[in-house]
Ligand binder design. Structure first.
Ligand code: EPZ
Length: 418
C-alpha cells in the first residue's frame, strides 16, 4: 500500500492543466451502453473509479480501448445485464449503470451499492424514478432484480431531493423510452449538463439540463459520437485551496470558472485574489488568510459538498473562526479528527463544524478516510511544519489523477512511496 509523504512550507506556484471531471465521466461511460454504437470520449481522467467503470462495461460485453485520456467504447454487443458484487462494492456510484443496463437490456440485476463512507447513501429516489418509467423492482436479499416487460414509458417524475445520481439514472433510462419524461426538482450540477450534451450528440432529445426541470423526449436509436468531458470543478477547488494555504500563486488551465461560482467568493472572503478567464483561473494567496463566517453545503449552484473538506483544511489556518454546515451527507466530517491530529482546532456538533484558526499545523502520520477528506489532508500537509505521512491514499486515487505529479509541478514537496 503506498503512502504520500509531504513536506510542508513551500509556496505553490506555476501553472497546470486540470483533469476531466470524475463525476461527469462516470455517468457518461454508463450511458455509452444504452444503444449499439461507438462512443469516443476525450479528457477522461486517469482514476481508479474510471478503471472500475471500464471493468463494468467490459463485463457487460462492451469493447473498450483506452489511449491516454481517451476512452473508446464499442457497445455493439452487450451480453450481460448484471453487475457483479465485487464491482458494485468497488465503486458506490456503480448504481448509475442501473438505468443504462435497463435501457439496453430491459432488465438488470445489481447488489445494493455498498454503504459508503459518507453515510447510508440510499437509492430510493433512483428506484422510485425507474418504477415511474415502468420498471418493476424486486429486492431479493440485497440484490435488486429489475425488469420492464412492455418497454420503458416516459412519465412525469418529481424528485423529493435534487439527487445527482437519480437525475442521471432517470435521464439515461428515459432517453430511449416511449414518450416524454419530465424530471421536476432535477439536479442542476454541471455534470448533469455534460451528460445531457453527450446524449444529445448521439441523437437524444434532452432539454433543460442545468435547470430544475428537464424534459427528455424518447427517441428510437442513437448514433456514434465524440465527446470531451468537462473540467473537474472539485479538483480545481482542491488545487486552489492548496495554493491559497501555502501563500502561493497559480494559474489553473483547462478549467470552467463559471462552475466554481459558489467557491470563488469563499476564497475571496478568505483574502485570496482570484481571477477567472475563459478557460483558466488565477489565484494569488494573501500572507494571512481570513476566516469565512458561514459555509453551507447545498445542491448546485450552492456551495458543493465535495469542496467542503479541502476548503476546511484551508480555513484551519485562518486568523479567526469559520463555520461549516454540511447539509448534503451525514458523516462527511471524517477528515476532522485527522486535521485535529495535525494541530487544527475543529469542533463538531451534528451538521455543524466550528473551525477556529490556528497559527501552525504540524506534520504527523494521518490517514485518508474518504476521497475528499483525503484530499483535505494533502492541503493541510502542504502548509504543516515538517513531514506528514498520509496513509490509505487509495481513496484519493479514486478522484484525483496523479495528484502528486501535478502538485510537484506547482513546486510542492510530495512523493508517493512504493
Ligand atoms: C454525486 O453523488 C457525486 N458522485 C458526489 O461526489 C457528490 O457529493 C453528490 O453527487 C452531491 O453533489 C458522483 O457523481 C459519482 P446525491 P450522489 O444523489 O449522486 C440523498 C465525490 O466526492 N439521496 O445527489 O450519490 C443522499 O443520501 C462524490 O466525488 C437519497 O436520500 O449524490 C445524499 O444525502 C461524493 N436517496 C443526498 O441525497 C437517493 O435515492 C445527495 O445525494 C439518492 C440520494
Amino acid at each position: 500500500m503506498s503512502d504520500f509523504v509531504i513536506e510542508g512550507g513551500t509556496k505553490l506556484c506555476g501553472e497546470i492543466d486540470i483533469q476531466g471531471a470524475k463525476n461527469s465521466c462516470l455517468p457518461i461511460l454508463a450511458a455509452t451502453l444504452i444503444d449499439k454504437n461507438v462512443s469516443v470520449i476525450h479528457n477522461c481522467p486517469d482514476l481508479t473509479d474510471v478503471n472500475t467503470a471500464v471493468k463494468i462495461l467490459e463485463y457487460l460485453g462492451c469493447e473498450v480501448i483506452r489511449e491516454n485520456h481517451t476512452v473508446i467504447v464499442d457497445a455493439t454487443c452487450v451480453t450481460a445485464c448484471d453487475i457483479p458484487e465485487h464491482l458494485m462494492c468497488e465503486m458506490r456510484c456503480s448504481v448509475v449503470f442501473l438505468g443504462a443496463i435497463i435501457a439496453r437490456c430491459h432488465k438488470a440485476r445489481i447488489s445494493m451499492p455498498g454503504g459508503c463512507e459518507l453515510g447510508p447513501r440510499p437509492i430510493d429516489l433512483h428506484l422510485d424514478g425507474l418504477k415511474k418509467l415502468g420498471v418493476t423492482i424486486k429486492d431479493e436479499h440485497g440484490y435488486l432484480d429489475c425488469r420492464v416487460d412492455k418497454g420503458l414509458k416516459g412519465n412525469k417524475i418529481s424528485l423529493a431531493f435534487p439527487s445527482v445520481g437519480a437525475t442521471e439514472n432517470i435521464m439515461i433510462a428515459s432517453t430511449l423510452a416511449k414518450g416524454t419524461t419530465t424530471i421536476y426538482n432535477a439536479a442542476q450540477e454541471p455534470e448533469i449538463v455534460d451528460l445531457a450534451n453527450f446524449l444529445n450528440k448521439k441523437g437524444a432529445k434532452i432539454y433543460g439540463a442545468g435547470e430544475n426541470i428537464i424534459v427528455i423526449e424518447g427517441t428510437n436509436t442513437l448514433s456514434d459520437s465524440i465527446h470531451s468531458i468537462i473540467p473537474d470543478r472539485i479538483v480545481t477547488a482542491t488545487y486552489l485551496s492548496s495554493a491559497a494555504i501555502t501563500g502561493g500563486e497559480v494559474l489553473l488551465k483547462k478549467v470552467c470558472p463559471d462552475d466554481l461560482s459558489s467557491v470563488i467568493p469563499i476564497l475571496e472572503e478568505a483574502g485570496c485574489f482570484v481571477k477567472g478567464y475563459d478557460s483558466s483561473i488565477y489565484l494569488k494567496a494573501p500572507d494571512i488568510l481570513k476566516p469565512v463566517s458561514l459555509i453551507r453545503t447545498m445542491p448546485y449552484p450552492g456551495f458543493p459538498t465535495d469542496a467542503q473538506a479541502p476548503i476546511m483544511a484551508l480555513l484551519c489556518v485562518a486568523n479567526g473562526t469559520s463555520i461549516f454546515v454540511e447539509n448534503i451527507f451525514e458523516n462527511r466530517y471524517k477528515h476532522v479528527c485527522e486535521l485535529n491530529k495535525m494541530g487544527a482546532d475543529i469542533k463538531l456538533e451534528g451538521k455543524v463544524a466550528v473551525v477556529k484558526g490556528v497559527s501552525e499545523l504540524y506534520g504527523t502520520s494521518v490517514a485518508a478516510k474518504d476521497l475528499r477528506g483525503g484530499a483535505s489532508l494533502i492541503v493541510a500537509a502542504l502548509k504543516a511544519k515538517g513531514i506528514t505521512r498520509l496513509k490509505d491514499i487509495y481513496h484519493i486515487d479514486r478522484g484525483y489523477d496523479n495528484i502528486e505529479i501535478y502538485l510537484s509541478q506547482l513546486n510542492a514537496k510530495i512523493i508517493r512511496t512504493k
